[in-house]
Design a protein around this ligand. Sequence first.
Ligand SMILES: Nc1nc2c(ncn2[C@@H]2O[C@@H]3COP(=O)(O)O[C@H]4[C@@H](O)[C@H](n5cnc6c(=O)[nH]c(N)nc65)O[C@@H]4COP(=O)(O)O[C@H]3[C@H]2O)c(=O)[nH]1
Length: 672
Amino acid sequence: MSQPATETTFDWLPLPALLLDVRGRPVAGNRRFGECFPDACRDDGLAGLPSWLEKLPEELAARVALPGQPVSLQLPVADPVLACRLPDEAGGGWLLLLPDENVRFTPASDADITTLLEGLPDPVCVIEAKTLRIVHANQVFREAFAEKGDPIGCTCHEITHDSVFPCADARGHCAVRRAIGTGQRARAEHVHPDDVCGERFFEAIAQPLAGSGGRVDKVLYCLRDVTEARRSREEIRQLSNYDPLTGLPNRVLFVKRLGTVLERASLERSRVAVMFLDLDRFKSINDTLGHNIGDMLLLGMSGRLGECLRRVDVVARVGGDEFVVILPDLKAEGEAEAVAERCLARLAEAFDIEGQEVFSTVSIGLAYFPDDGQDEESLLKNAEFAMYQAKEKGRNTWQRFSLETNAGAVERLVLETGLRHALERQEIFLHFQPQVRTVDGVWVGAEALCRWRHPYLGQVPPVKFIPVAEECGLITEIGAWVLAEACRQGVAWQRQGLPALHIGINLSARQFATPGLVESVESILRQTGIDPRLVELELTESMLMDDAAGAAELLHRLRRLGVRLAIDDFGTGYSSLSYLKHFPIDRVKIDRSFIKDLETDPDSAAIAGAIIAMSHSLGLAVVAEGVETEGQLAFLRERGCDEIQGYYFGKPMSAEDFSACLRRQMAAADRI
Ligand SMILES: Nc1nc2c(ncn2[C@@H]2O[C@@H]3COP(=O)(O)O[C@H]4[C@@H](O)[C@H](n5cnc6c(=O)[nH]c(N)nc65)O[C@@H]4COP(=O)(O)O[C@H]3[C@H]2O)c(=O)[nH]1
């Protein structure tokens, strides 16, 4: 076919246009066509044209048209397509004018739609725009609403909602009507009643389908059952914001709510109180009556607490036996105190739990906004502090936050209560301090030292919390955790390619006296898979002296597990080396107090020297603790002290820092 004389005009036509040969096969597209179908127009001609153009030859063959006379073609696009016979002088053929750049497709035939819908896994139907009646529905849709009978001819809302009114989501949106109105795809979330689970949630998507006149005459309506996804989302939200036992908000949500209340209170200049409640001696109830009864008591408590509060008050469970309440918008003086009194009285009444009468009381702390704290954290902290003051006053009472207090006793209570949750809240962790071979400075061991990061108090030193843990018996649990964690770390280092280091672990007196220590150590060794010879348990002299025979037997049993034993802080207690030889001890650690004064105090130097010499004569190795200076190191090296521990070589550090330092040491040694 020769190129028509109108080529320039053809190219600049504002509509997409195609030149067809006499048989109706596309030959060239104009510039606009190229813009609309960029993939189809290549330098070497047309290719990959829309499939509906394949019908053209068939369609044109049936048409009788005079040159220059346009005919309208029935192609599956929304707007009419015009074809114009070109005069024979111009080579015959056709000029095809497409409606505009957004060539829209009309749905295929009913049969095509049915096949298409059946292939979809979700309930899908086609709704007539004018009447909102269903004209097609796939099998999944029919099954989903089987009890309603044949959906064809019914309105979509009759079928999906049992309603004579068009359906709508929570915001009043009907996806179908929006799609009809805007000609755009619309989405909504619907709740449909369900006999089995009460209600089911659907994501509804309405896709407008344009008729031959370009107007939306049908809507493709897809429903996706999102009930399960929504439930899991809700479960996650519930778990992260609510306490699973009582269903009350947890600490996270409580702090958010308190933030909102405080924001409003500062705008309105109103008063808010935070009330912190802690059950008195809950641990002993749990221990004696069992966790089930304990749980039910907590449930009962949370219920009764609700009875004592106003509707605007917010109650949350923030710890095992700790509840907090926000009392917003306090009008009268003493209002919060009255609530506290009411709670004390109601909560002290007996609970009937599985036929048992259970009594419990609470201690309550009160802190006011803005007087006792201006933000969530300080109010919560001060209310908790006041609660400890109430405990200190004899429990079953309330106390308003005040700085004048028996600081020591309250601090102890704060520590004890905090320690009860410290392990489960992962506040306890280990640091490691290198133990270095004196002759060449090589790192041969590490002492594991326990650390506690309290949420309010920050890092609490072990000399403060270990004695409290001892007194309240928590040391057994903490000590076992330390032992396991230190062994686990030792194994992890070896797996990372570091040399096998011996790990020093402190045993406290109470731990030493707890029955089952040997079994506990044995099981930890087995579970962690550490070589027992790398584990060194550190004890103090006083632990051995009270019951020497019993201690010796215990030490022998520990020794039989393969672990090493060291005497810590040597020199501060009985300091009888001859006595020590009755025990299966491997090493002696000279206390820091002697090392500190080595260079200035001849007595300290003499004692340290004597300990080293005597220990060696008894076949015991010696470690010096607290070495901070070159001079101390020189002295100890000269006296043949086996190992050194102290800031001179490294402070206690995290396991990651420890391994990084050790690697640097090893690399430096390799270079020498
Ligand atoms: N000024 C100075 N201090 C140095 C130097 N080198 C080491 N230290 C400190 O001396 C203490 C040595 O541990 P310790 O005598 O077993 O004394 C320990 C131990 O008795 C106890 N402790 C720590 N962790 C545990 C544990 O897991 N269980 C038990 N039962 N007690 C622990 O707490 C004590 C104190 O531990 P930390 O505060 O970590 O204090 C550590 C360490 O940081 C130095 O050159 N200069």
